[in-house]
Design a protein around this ligand. Structure first.
Ligand SMILES: Cc1cc2nc3c(=O)[nH]c(=O)nc-3n(C[C@H](O)[C@H](O)[C@H](O)COP(=O)(O)OP(=O)(O)OC[C@H]3O[C@@H](n4cnc5c(N)ncnc54)[C@H](O)[C@@H]3O)c2cc1C
Length: 325
């Protein structure tokens, strides 16, 4: 028979928003369980983090280890299985995990982040790790003295191109539109000043070219400087990410129609009482999806989850006294 656990607050995810939520939840003396298979979230693969207060520069993996260590000190257990469904059950919830475990809780915090977007080219998946990467900050040092393409036009792509420009001999930043979307002005200035970064606008990647060892080039949707092909050693696909909203959608949670993110109010409430969401999954911090904003949202979600769970407990205690009378 499937194992059943009972806690006050269940937190799904092992990223910055989850660990921060767990820290606060445990300090509110709620029995807390983290359910998630994989440690660290996006921060752990983010390379050097230079904008998390208190750490002028820290490797993302190490930062997440520090967050986990702080939660470990409060003895919050981690069940290493992802959540697959959450159902309302009376005043609380029953969450089903991938390994069949059921978790009964009074509040649930969804902090399960986003999925990186792909170009969906024929051989893209096969070439992952053989020239195709989705993380400039992680893999840039591997391309020292090589040639690379970065695909995309948002902050991540522009940042990635600038970083890669410090390692690679030549970088082509390929974007399907004619102007970049929302990168910080400082980044655009740096981009324009980098002599080895070529901006290829109004262009898409049509095909990835490979030999027996991996990626060797890319075909463009139109010619750039006399050719529709660029010989490269690597391609970095930085075209955004999709919020992991399926579980929330199945529950009837309100989704932001513009961003597909779980809609939360300033207390991280969803439209379902007792269900909270935090971090990159939500529309709570607009376009600033960062470790610091995810951590902040986790803390706020934990306070809301604590208040909800405490109210249920207080009502139950009162009802028990009345029956006792
Ligand atoms: C390459 C890169 C570089 C970055 N650099 C920086 C930077 O320099 N500074 C900065 O502040 N931010 C940076 N970021 C952004 C930052 O990493 C994110 O904003 C932050 O990780 C969001 O935290 P989160 O907790 O919302 O989600 P995530 O970190 O994505 O964590 C989500 C967690 O949920 C888990 N999960 C997924 N599905 C389920 C499920 N069904 N059940 C249970 N768990 C599940 C995942 O395994 C993961 O543990 C970077 C991101 C990337 C990709």
């Amino acid at each position: 028979m499937a194992d059943t656990k009972k806690v006050d607050i269940l937190i799904a995810g092992q990223g910055a928003s989850s660990f921060s939520a767990a820290l606060y939840s445990a300090r509110y003396q709620m029995s807390t369980l983290i359910a998630s298979e994989q440690f660290g979230g996006e921060t752990a693969i983010g390379g050097d983090i230079e904008n998390y207060p208190g750490f002028p520069s820290i490797d993302g993996y190490d930062l997440m280890l520090k967050m986990k260590e702080q939660v470990d000190l409060l003895e919050v257990p981690i069940h290493h299985s992802n959540i697959v469904a959450v159902e309302k059950s009376g005043e609380g919830f029953i969450t089903t995990l991938q390994d069949g475990t059921k978790v009964e809780s009074l509040s649930v915090i969804l902090a399960i982040g986003r999925e990186r977007r792909k170009l969906n080219l024929l051989n893209e998946e096969d070439l992952m790790g053989k020239g195709v990467s989705y993380c400039s900050t992680c893999d840039a040092p591997l391309y020292r003295n090589k040639k690379v393409i970065v695909v995309g036009g948002g902050s991540a792509a522009v940042e990635g191109a600038i970083l890669l420009g410090k390692y690679a001999t030549e970088v082509w930043l390929v974007y399907r539109k004619s102007t970049f979307t929302r990168p910080e002005p400082m980044l655009v200035t740096q981009l324009n000043q980098a002599e080895n970064i070529h901006q290829v606008m109004d262009t898409e990647i049509a095909e990835l070219l490979e030999n027996d060892f991996g990626l060797i080039g890319a075909k463009l949707s139109k010619e750039y400087e006399g050719s529709d092909q660029i010989d490269i050693d690597g391609i970095f696909i930085e075209i955004g990410a999709d919020p992991r909203n399926e579980i929330a959608k199945a529950m009837g949670v309100e989704i932001n129609p513009d961003t597909d993110e779980v809609h939360v109010n300033r207390d991280m409430n969803t439209n379902i009482p007792g269900l909270y969401a935090a971090g990159d999954l939500t529309d709570g911090s607009g376009n600033l999806k960062q470790t610091v904003t995810a951590a902040a949202q986790g803390a706020i979600a934990a306070l809301s989850a604590y208040e909800h769970a405490s109210e249920i407990k207080a009502n139950r205690a009162e009802a028990a006294v009345t029956v006792g009378d």
